[in-house]
Design a protein around this ligand. Structure first.
Ligand code: MG
Length: 256
């Protein structure tokens, strides 16, 4: 009798369990196209520039007339030569020029050329550079039929990463840089939480693809990690003996 009761109990339990397994839950509602679409906020409207010209939300750093957005390293007025819509490096005491404003992440456009018949070789021909946040150099050099160490040629992150290709134009022709830079984020101890990154197009050709920048640009020694905030754009006046290079059409867009 006792065994019979146990068997009946187990069977009853089995019936309850199988009844639970069969319980039906509501199915997800069928997806409609609108369920994965959202409308707000709408991106700001920007009027694009023509042929490398500045978009409507850009800050014009050099539009061909003056260097009011720039200064020398000591804060005095920039002393490079402005003529005919371009600015040309003045070698010697004039030194580098830097923007009076500081920037975080940005999109930067600039154009430059070396003169026809420029002399010199390797690093001694048309050397300049763009320093991002005042610390990280994207090299400018006349790399047209002019070999040098590859992590120092035009389009390199100087002394760090060579360009993917050599997309230089000849002396006398304008080159363009489009630089998309993501500023670093630092830990409290001053090391990078997120390293700075940069994408560079030289004459519309990709030469740096979201490249990690390992630290400051050093001529001698390894890159250093230095905690910093926003910084200026610096254009380099290099001490090489070649004829000076010229710039035009420099604009920047702040990125959030
Ligand atoms: Mg340089």
């Amino acid at each position: 009798m006792k065994k019979l009761l146990i068997v009946i109990s187990l069977l009853s339990f089995g019936i309850v369990v199988s009844a639970q397994e069969k319980k039906e839950h509501p199915l997800p509602e069928p997806m409609t196209p609108g369920m994965t679409e959202y409308w707000d906020p709408q991106p700001a409207v920007v009027q694009p520039g023509m042929n490398g010209g500045a978009p409507s939300d850009a800050v014009i750093l050099f539009g061909g007339k003056d260097l009011s957005k720039w200064c020398a390293a000591d804060g005095s007025d920039a002393k490079w030569s402005v003529h005919g819509g371009v600015v040309t490096v003045v070698k010697g005491d004039a030194g580098d020029i830097m923007t009076r404003d500081s920037f975080g992440s940005f999109q930067l456009h600039l154009e430059w050329k070396t003169p026809v018949g420029i002399h010199g070789e390797s690093q001694g021909r048309g050397n300049s550079g763009v320093f991002l946040q005042g610390k990280y150099e994207v090299q400018i050099l006349d790399s047209y039929e002019n070999e040098t160490y590859v992590n120092g040629m035009c389009g390199s992150i100087y002394k760090q990463t060579p360009p993917l290709v050599n997309a230089m134009r000849k002396p006398g022709e304008w080159n363009s840089y489009d630089i998309i830079y993501t500023a670093p984020v630092f830990k409290e101890d001053g090391t990078y939480l997120y390293e700075p990154r940069v994408t560079v197009l030289l004459n519309g050709v990709l030469v740096q693809n979201n490249t990690i920048i390992r630290g400051t640009t050093e001529y001698i020694g390894h890159p250093r990690v230095q905690k910093h905030g926003n910084g200026p754009i610096i254009l380099q006046s290099h001490g090489d003996a070649s004829e000076p290079i010229s710039f035009r059409n420099i604009w920047i867009r702040n990125l959030q």
